[in-house]
Design a protein around this ligand. Sequence first.
Ligand code: GAP
Length: 528
Amino acid sequence: MESFGGVLQLTVRLGQVSMNSETSNDLMSKIVSLCKRRGFIFQSSEIYGGLRSCYDYGPLGVELKRNIANEWWKAMVYEREDIVGIDASIMMHPRVWQTSGHLSGFSDPLVDCLNCRERFRADKAPQHKPGTEMTFHKGGKSSGEKLRANVNERGYVCPVCSCPNLSAERQFNLMFKTNLGPVDPTLEMLAAVEPSMTPEQKRATVDEIAAKSAVYLRPETAQAMFVQFLNVQQSMSMKIPFGIAQMGKSFRNEIVVEHFIFRSCEFEQMEMEYFCEPGTQNEWMKYWCGERMAWYKRFSNKDDNFRLRPHSDDELAHYSDACFDVEYLYPWGWGELEGIASRTDYDLSKHAEATGVKLSYFDQNKPDPSTGKNGWRYTPYVIEPAAGLTRSVLCFLLDAYHEEKGVDHEGQEKSRVVLKLHPKFSPYKAAILPLVKKDGLPEKARSIVKTLRRAGLNVSYDEQQSIGKRYARHDEIGTPFCLTVDMQSLDDNTVTIRDRDTAVQQRIKIDDVLATVLNRINSDKPSC
Ligand code: GAP
């Protein structure tokens, strides 16, 4: 059963991956539930039953996502002189996708199960040795008759019911197609298709008419950075090596959507194309692998859950001479978080060939290797660190989720959930809590809120429920510091500052609150 509700949807696909079930389900269910309960991520259009693989970021989720994106932008653009950013449109000229190969080659092998009708990706299906006898239930229903069949030479079975009786594989293009302009090609198609035509002729006629006004939602942000290479290089007088960074939405009509926001049809990417001299790509690849791993580890709690995996030769795209994946140890096993590819001069060369525009670079100080004379025009090579923003949200939520048992001041056993997000990622940087809602404490607390907000910090003023419940709420949403205003605050202008991860409280002067909070947020690995 395909359910569109968040928790159920993730469990539907868990059967397809190699490990886990119990633990994976458990942790992911807790994350999905926390996300909904605390306003991080909701199922899109939930009151209408939800929409497959579409999610809305709630008040805290939008802050977490934005904070991750901002830190990426800071590291890739603001802190460097050799990288600039762009924000290109999602729809591009359709020829871009023809040239890049996405129209002909950006597809996955699609298969239908002839027993339960599940549609799935052949390359992600459970593998079994040809000849292995499989048992499955008729129609995929547990009440259905028990049947047996052998795995054929394709060596895989249906991920849902384990049946080896499958349709032929067909290529399914992952790009979303739409029409630009006030055109509805349907009428033209209906008029052009004749009953005497073969199915192939009908298909070709329909495709030809559709192609006239067809545009595509971009499946990656990368292509705009190749297409705008010259404009950016010339307008900003960039010298090789230099990079163009972009983040934003991408769209893929994924056959398998899985693990909550891990793989969805609408998602966000953070990509950078680093243009370098031919022959220097290996050294830049090494450099970017190091930078990107260091970036993840700067914000993580468990560094060992991140690793770099080199692609084997048969995994490499035909235009790529090397590729590494930054992988994270998700509850279901290691999986991709970012791809770092050496794309050679493929993209610039292809777009130059298709448009006749010279997408090259002239270095007047370098000798041309073919003549030995000063002045070398070449097509730059490219190293591309391509990260997923929405996938990073999931990864950092998993990394931060922490449960611990302890005893309260009355000796009662209690457990607490703490989201140990790096303070730079935390939706609220601090919560300001008047101990009681009277005696001038709210006013005192609000004056601290004002100071922190004026300094640009997103902080929460919270006076609802007991102080213990407020601490628990802020632990669960990752607020790194709780500042409690009590009666003593009125006498000596001090507050307590409670650290989310250690629960240790200290008394500090209200005058020092801003500096203390800023200092702790900006220290590289704070208390965790
Ligand atoms: N320009 C290269 C490129 O797009 P990719 O490996 O297909 O490479 C880069 O995508 C990153 O984008 C992935 O590592 C992943 O984090 C994210 N990503 C790709 N497809 C995704 C999807 N369907 N849902 C969520 N994130 C996705």
